[in-house]
Write a protein that binds this ligand. Structure first.
Ligand SMILES: Cc1ncc(COP(=O)(O)O)c(C=O)c1O
Length: 395
């Protein structure tokens, strides 16, 4: 049996979140999976070592090649995403970079959508170029993707929904284009989580998450995970063994713990975000709200087709310039100013001063970031308290 397959797949998502990926009995008959805080693993004798090298027994060897706690986190993520296998990393960026290094070779080409996390874009358009891999950045509309395909295109990577505008790419269309051109598809589903969206069911090859966000969910751990078919995950694992971006066992423990409440957290975050989005849309000082759950969002139909909830990130524009927008951000009190998203604490940020601070207003507009844009990550506080906080800030 695969290391990544739970012994007995339970039924619903909430049940899988609690029990999926965890073997019974646990070591020491503990109810929670213990943290194997060890860098290396002991062999009884050289015969056991030889058996390990000839793949006769599957066991741990050295922390960079795997750890029992981390394997449980991987299996639980795989169970939730409906994937054959999973692999955890020390951060979302380690998952992205290691996966792309594993699947791309010199002379190949990658297509990515423009609303991608800026570090993913930097990696594809900057660093990969130094290794002879070209990248084309395209919009999310169906025609643009296909037009960018070249004879040497190998990978199509996109986020859905995207940051900060919650744009949604049509997953069926991506899978269909990729199949026709024999491309490998990767969807960064961080904003959606397996609760709101299941890209593998649409024919996507690999799903990626910054586990730092909703999966771990408590703003206290960095992590990343890639999920898909076993052979390709094995190839990425081999690359990880060289590049070394593994998840620490204590982080894996926190991820397992966080995942147990994922469905219930997401359900609540979906509901609160929808309430906040509707409230913002009706506010006289708000000029636009970017939430895929709203009928006014350009990708509302796509989102309704492929998502069962719209997530906890709500972006909106206020009537005002950079400084006036900053005053709104500064006036919030429950919402705290911080990068990241997906945790239990609600966060607020002005993208112009957070991720895009080094750009001029013109340069920011060139990448679609307006000075009056605010991004909220809705946490688990009471919706009415969050709305009251925003009401005070906007006043
Ligand atoms: C959509 C998305 N993907 C990937 C990442 C990178 O994840 P990490 O910060 O865990 O490296 C982020 C981080 O903000 C993100 O928002």
């Amino acid at each position: 049996m695969s290391r990544n397959q739970p012994s007995k797949p339970p039924q619903g998502l909430a049940t899988q979140a609690i029990h999926g990926g965890e073997e019974r009995p646990r070591p020491g008959n503990a109810i929670s999976t213990p943290i194997f805080q060890t860098a290396t693993f002991v062999f009884r004798d050289t015969a056991e070592l030889s058996a390990h090298h000839s793949h006769q027994n599957r066991r741990e060897e050295y922390g960079r090649y795997g750890n029992p706690t981390t394997h449980v986190a991987e299996s639980k993520c795989a169970a939730l995403e409906g994937a054959e296998a999973g692999l955890a990393f020390g951060s979302g960026m380690a998952a992205i970079t290691t996966t792309l290094f594993a699947v791309l070779s010199q002379g190949q080409h990658v297509i990515l959508t423009n609303d991608c996390y800026r570090r993913t874009r930097h990696f594809c358009t900057g660093l990969l170029g130094r290794f002879g891999v070209d990248a084309t950045v395209v919009g999310t509309s169906p025609g643009e993707l296909e037009a960018a395909v070249q004879p040497n295109t190998r990978v199509l990577i996109s986020e859905s929904p995207t940051n900060p505008y919650n744009r949604c790419v049509d997953l069926d269309h991506i899978a269909e284009v990729a199949q026709r051109h024999r491309l490998l598809t990767i969807i960064d589903s961080t904003f959606a989580t397996p609760v709101n969206q299941r890209p593998l069911d649409h024919g996507i090859d690999l799903v990626l998450h910054s586990a730092t966000k909703y999966l771990a969910g408590h703003n206290d751990v960095l992590g990343g995970v890639i999920l898909g078919k076993e052979p390709i995950i094995d190839a990425v694992r081999d690359c990880q063994g060289i590049l070394g971006g593994v998840m620490d066992p204590h982080a894996a423990y926190l991820l397992i713990r966080g995942l147990k409440t994922l469905p219930i957290r997401i359900e609540r975050q979906n509901a609160t975000a929808m309430k906040v989005a509707h409230w913002l849309e009706a506010h006289p000082r708000v000029t636009a709200v970017h939430y895929a759950g709203l009928a006014s969002h350009p990708d509302h139909e796509t989102a309704c087709r492929q998502m069962s909830g719209f997530g906890g990130v709500v972006s909106f524009e206020v009537a005002g310039d950079l400084d006036e927008t900053s005053r709104v951000v500064d006036a919030a009190s429950i919402f705290q100013i911080a990068p990241s998203l997906g945790g239990v604490e609600s966060l607020i940020e002005q993208p112009a001063l957070m991720s895009f601070f080094e750009l001029s207003t013109e340069e920011r507009l060139g990448v679609g970031i307006k000075n009056n844009l605010i991004r909220l990550s809705i946490g688990l506080e009471d919706a009415d308290d969050l709305i009251e906080d925003l009401e005070g800030a906007l006043a």
